[in-house]
Design a protein around this ligand. Structure first.
Ligand code: NAD
Ligand code: IPM
Ligand code: MN
Length: 350
C-alpha cells in the first residue's frame, strides 16, 4: 500500500537534521521495498518573513492529507515572538487534535548520562504529555500594556474530556507493554482546581485497569527524582507545560536532547513526528547537530505508516551507531551531522 510523509524541515538545525532523517527514510524505503513518497514543505521563518503568512489553509490541508508529518524544528531570532512557530507547530497539534505527545527516553549509552552510577541504571521512560490544552490554549491577554499596572494572563485550560483521554492513552500503553508503573504528575498543592480534576480523573480511569501500580507526584519533586533515580519510573502522564519541561530534563538525563524523538498523535488519526529539541541557533549552520533525534522520529514514522521491519532496522542502526559509530560533539565525538546520517543509512541499506 502506498504511503506518504510530509516533510517540514523548518528552521535552524531542523534543516540539517531532517536532511539526514530523509536520507534514512529513502534508504529504508528502497531496502524494504516500501511504496513511500516524501513531500517537502518549505514552511519556516524564511517563508514567513517573505510573505507574512506562516501557513495557509491550503498548506494545512495538504499536510493533513499525508499519512504522517515529519517536522525538524521551528524558531528563528528574526521572528522575535516566534509567531510562525506557534501558527505552524501549535496550529498542527491543535488543529489536527494531536492530543498525545509521546516522548520516549531511553539511555542509549549510560556513559552519555551526566548522572553518576548511570551504568547500573536501566533508564527507560515514556512520557505522555497532554498536547492540546493547558496553558498552551492561548486564552488570556496583556492588559494596560506598557503601564505600571500591566497585567498578563495565560489561562491553564483543562477539560475532563481532555484529561481523561490522555490518562487513558497512558493506561493502555502501560498495560500493553506491561510496564508495571504509571505516574501522574501535577502541582495540586498550589493548583488545587486543575490538580483536583487531574487526580479525580486519574483515579477513576486507572480503577478500570489491572496489572500496573499507579501513583501521583508533584512536579517539583518529580523533577528532582528524575535526577535522583530516573530508573524507578516507567510511564509519566502529565499536562502540557510540565510534560514539555520534564521531557527536556529526562532527555538530558538519558544522554542528550539531540537524540530524543517525539510523536504527536491522535490514535486512528493524524500523526506528527518531531525531535524534542528546537532550532538550536547556537550551532545552526555548523553541520554539527546531532541528527539521532530526527532519525529516531523517522523510525517512529515508519512504524506509524505500517513498516515495523524498517522501523526496527533504523532503531537498531541508531543503537549500533551510538555504540560503535561516529558521534557528534554533544555525544563527545567530532563527526558531522551528515557523517552520522550517512553511517546510519549505510547500516539500514545493508
Ligand atoms: P534548543 O533545543 O534549540 O537548544 C537547547 C540546547 O541544546 C542548545 O545548546 C543546542 O545547541 C542544544 N541542542 C539542541 N538540539 C541539539 C542537537 N540535535 N544536537 C546538538 N545539540 C543540540 O532550545 P532553545 O535554544 O531554547 O530554542 C531555540 C529555538 O527553538 C527557540 O526559538 C524555541 O522556541 C524553538 N524550539 C522549537 C521546538 C520545535 O520546533 N519543536 C522545540 C523546542 C524549541
Ligand atoms: C516542544 C517545544 C514547543 C513546546 C515550543 C516550541 C512551543 O518546546 O515541542 O517541546 O513547548 O511544546
Ligand atoms: Mn520543549
Amino acid at each position: 500500500m502506498s504511503r506518504s510523509i510530509a516533510v517540514v524541515p523548518g528552521d535552524g538545525i531542523g534543516l540539517e537534521v531532517v536532511r539526514e532523517a530523509v536520507r534514512v527514510l529513502e534508504t529504508a524505503s528502497r531496502r524494504f521495498d516500501l511504496d513511500l513518497t516524501l513531500a517537502h514543505f518549505e514552511l519556516g521563518a524564511d517563508l514567513y518573513l517573505a510573505r507574512g503568512v506562516a501557513i495557509t489553509d491550503e498548506e494545512f490541508e495538504l499536510l493533513a492529507g499525508h499519512d504522517a508529518i515529519l517536522l525538524g524544528a521551528l524558531g528563528d531570532e528574526r521572528v522575535p515572538g516566534n509567531e510562525h512557530m506557534r501558527e505552524i507547530l501549535l496550529g498542527l497539534r491543535f488543529g489536527l487534535d494531536l492530543f498525545i505527545n509521546y516522548r520516549p527516553c531511553r539511555a542509549l549509552d549510560p556513559a552519555l548520562s551526566p548522572l553518576t552510577g548511570a551504568a547500573d541504571r536501566a533508564i527507560d521512560l515514556h512520557i505522555f504529555r497532554e498536547n492540546t490544552e493547558g496553558i498552551y490554549s492561548g486564552i488570556g491577554g496583556r492588559h494596560r500594556r506598557g503601564t505600571p499596572d500591566e497585567i498578563a494572563i495565560q489561562e491553564d485550560v483543562n477539560t475532563r474530556r481532555g484529561v481523561e483521554r490522555i490518562v487513558r492513552a497512558a493506561c493502555e500503553f502501560t498495560a500493553d507493554r506491561r510496564l508495571g508503573l504509571l505516574t501522574m504528575v501535577d502541582k495540586a498543592n498550589a493548583m488545587p482546581d486543575v490538580g483536583g480534576l487531574w487526580r479525580d480523573v486519574f483515579s477513576e480511569v486507572t480503577s478500570e485497569y489491572d496489572g500496573f501500580d499507579t501513583e501521583v507526584r508533584l512536579v517539583d519533586a518529580m523533577a528532582m527524582d528524575l535526577v535522583r533515580r530516573p530508573e524507578r519510573y516507567r510511564v509519566l502522564v502529565t499536562g502540557n507545560l510540565f510534560g514539555d519541561i520534564l521531557s527536556d530534563l529526562a532527555a538530558q538525563v538519558t544522554g542528550g536532547l539531540g537524540a530524543a524523538p517525539s510523536a504527536n498523535l491522535h490514535p486512528g488519526g493524524h500523526a506528527l513526528f518531531e525531535p524534542v529539541h528546537g532550532s538550536a541557533p547556537d550551532i545552526a549552520g555548523s553541520g554539527t547537530a546531532n541528527p539521532l533525534g530526527a532519525i529516531a522520529c523517522a523510525a517512529l514514522a515508519l512504524d506509524h505508516v505500517g513498516s515495523p521491519d524498517a522501523a526496527r532496522a533504523v532503531e537498531s542502526a541508531i543503537a549500533t551507531c551510538v555504540a560503535a559509530g561516529p558521534r557528534t560533539a554533544d555525544f563527545g565525538g567530532a563527526a558531522s551531522t551528515e557523517d552520522v546520517g550517512q553511517w546510519i543509512a549505510e547500516r539500514v541499506s545493508a
